[in-house]
Design a protein around this ligand. Structure first.
Ligand SMILES: [Zn+2]
Length: 372
């Protein structure tokens, strides 16, 4: 609990978190978007899902998965993003530590929302879950959904859009890090699945155990994404990934007044995609350039795969107990999700040959230094 938080905002946030938790457990399935359902009390008017008032009075939620599970009308808007972050960063999930009940509930929400979006399970047998045991012995999993490419010439090429669902616990709830990225991931999955089929295949990846880094010399960093890369899923192997878009900490835009698109140095593969996407969001400042080897993009760029890593600075509450859902800037997050989604769409539909940009066996995480 953040003692400096505005009381009204905090009350709203907790109300949303509790409503979301009850909703999710109550139907055993569905999303945490703030929505109006029979018997669910609305915390505040701004928590309503736009369009909810248009429903037939007394009608049940009209949108369901093929299995009949309830879905929110949308998670793409500000209220939808707020609902996902409030649930993932709720005290009930206790910081989503790998192997805990909070970790399991987070993954359950993500899988349900990918299903609602109409994104296919990535695993054989119709599962979204790629389980693994991390270096600390905790059983956890990646949650993976796929949108198949439509152009036979490039459909085997994969664009990965990733965020990590785990966090640290011990009072740290990880709203910005990285519930914000997961909320954006689900919003973008919904948007792209509803649009025209992309030319290339898009893999939506909520990675587990990004935060767990032991001091053991052989322990992998960024364990979920590393597990994905090292354990090929049939038809979705890392060898076919041509570009990776990572999202980690998207909720604190105003801290530095910019959205960083790391990995987009001059001449990089992702730079024109981000430039085109940013041009559609004139209210958002986007910083190009720089690089990073501090998040899940590492599991790809160390294998020669170009990346963009979207990130907002958060020196105040990074890995602290004040990283709570009430301080996430949801309006900016909605715009950021639009930019990231457009970047992914641009890569997926690019006419350029992206396969030549992969330099297998070469570490492309850091900007090449000029040779003199
Ligand atoms: Zn993170």
């Amino acid at each position: 609990m953040n003692p400096s938080a505005n009381t009204a905002v905090r009350a709203l946030t907790l109300g949303v978190a509790h409503a979301a938790l009850l909703f999710c457990l109550g139907c055993g399935c569905s999303g945490a978007a703030v929505k109006s359902t029979a018997g669910t009390q609305e915390p505040r008017s701004e928590g309503r899902t736009p369009g909810a008032e248009d429903r037939t009075p007394g009608a049940e939620d009209p949108k369901r998965t093929p299995e009949g599970k309830e879905c929110p009308e949308t998670g793409r808007d500000e209220a939808g993003l707020r609902g996902v972050v409030a649930y993932l960063a709720s005290p009930e999930l206790a910081g989503r530590v790998p192997g805990t009940e909070g970790d399991r509930l987070a993954r359950k929400l993500i899988a349900a929302r990918l299903e609602c979006a109409g994104v296919e399970p990535a695993m054989a047998g119709g599962s979204y879950v790629q389980p693994f045991t991390n270096s600390e012995g905790a059983s956890t999993a990646n949650v993976l959904g796929v949108l198949r490419g439509s152009d036979p010439a490039v459909a085997s090429e994969i664009i990965v859009l990733g965020a990590h669902h785990d966090h640290l616990g011990h009072g740290m709830l990880g709203a910005n890090d990285d519930a914000s990225g997961v909320a954006a991931l689900l919003a973008i999955a919904e948007r792209l699945a509803a649009g025209p089929a992309p030319r290339r295949t898009i893999l939506f990846a909520a990675f587990g155990s990004e935060e767990s880094q032991t001091d053991a010399p052989d322990a992998a960093a960024f364990e979920g994404s590393e597990h994905f890369a090292a354990n090929p899923i049939p038809g979705l192997a890392v060898d076919d990934v041509v570009f990776m878009v990572n999202m980690d900490m998207l909720g604190t835009y105003s801290a530095a007044g910019t959205l960083n698109a790391l990995g987009t140095w001059e001449g990089s593969v992702g730079r024109p995609f981000v430039e085109a996407a940013a041009a559609q969001a004139p209210d958002l400042d986007v910083t190009l350039g720089y690089d990073s080897n501090l998040s899940d993009n590492v599991s790809f760029c160390t294998r020669g795969i170009p990346y963009v890593f979207f990130w907002t600075e958060d020196t105040a509450c990074y890995h602290k107990t004040c990283d709570t859902a009430d301080r996430i800037e949801y309006s900016a997050l909605e715009q950021i999700a639009e930019v990231v989604g457009s970047t992914v769409a641009a890569a997926a539909n690019a006419t350029a040959d992206l396969s030549v940009s992969v330099r297998a066996g070469v570490d492309v995480c850091l900007e090449p230094k000029p040779t003199r």
